[in-house]
Design a protein around this ligand. Sequence first.
Ligand code: HEC
Length: 314
Amino acid sequence: MVFLAVSAVSGQSVDYKKQIAPILSSKCNECHTAKKRESDKKPKAGLALDTAGGIRSGGVIDPGDASGSDLFIRVSLPKTDDELMPPADDGGPLSAKEIALIKKWIDDGARFGSGSGGGVGKIAADLDVAKVMAMPLREPNADGVAHLEGLGATISQLAVNLPQHLVVEWISTYHKTTDKEIEQILHIAPNVVEVDLSRTKVTDEGLKHIGKLARLTHLNLSRTQITDKGIAHLSGLRSLEYLNLYGTGVSDAVLPMLAKHRRLKSLYTWKTKITSEGLSKLRKALPDAKLVLETDAKANRYDNLDNPDDKYDF
Ligand code: HEC
């Protein structure tokens, strides 16, 4: 039987949205969903299987290796095993076909997009910060997430119960990340709340794209080529709370612009042309903000001279 089922799913690639999500939502969501608002219960084992972000951040899949992935292991156990998912008295086990689909999906790389390549569409030329703000905060576009991951980005959700809020970083691929890749972030623009561009090749022009991410609260631009001109493109980011400019070419000219970010709480200006006089003026404009010019305990965290590759994160 299992053999037949496996051959039934071989060949064609498995589509997450059409074939995997329906299994997870009918057989797992009773226990593993982030949206248990009525009962206010947490998902079992902290694992939310109702969103791509939840599955990804749950650490239960190893793309390309089903037999090493907890999600597959737990559904393929014998009926007598206590660890079987779903539990035997709650609808387990899945059918042989469902198990085979999950196996093939993970073995093929566990992609959340349609895999058709054409799924992301075009970024609207007139997209701006006001339009992004007006977009409802929904489940992120899975094709957009997959597309950006294909360009080397690491995407995670801000918290297990916040599947719509995404953090985008370029961790090991920063050295080949340019404005072109960064622009693709606009496919998921309404969902992005934190972006780490440190050490990427982002330019002042590239910050035009970042300036459209209306819900952005954290932005790390440390050790990039950006200058005062780039910061001007961020003027519409009203939610910005954290901005790291360490090791960039910015000067006191950006301070009047930054004074308009009323929510700004942390600003890192170490190793820039910003002066302490400039900062004391900004301090008056933003009395609650923590403004860091010189190296302090926190700044030290990203000046790890013994290991310059050690990445500072938020
Ligand atoms: C009736 C509730 C229930 C259902 C339905 C259910 N689970 Fe679970 N699941 C749990 C509980 C409780 C745990 C934590 C205890 C454990 O590890 O056995 C868990 C744990 C897990 C874990 C281990 C997570 C970790 O980080 O250790 C995985 C993977 C998992 N479930 C996958 C699934 C999948 C896939 C489905 C659907 C095919 C599913 N579960 C359906 C209740 C459920």
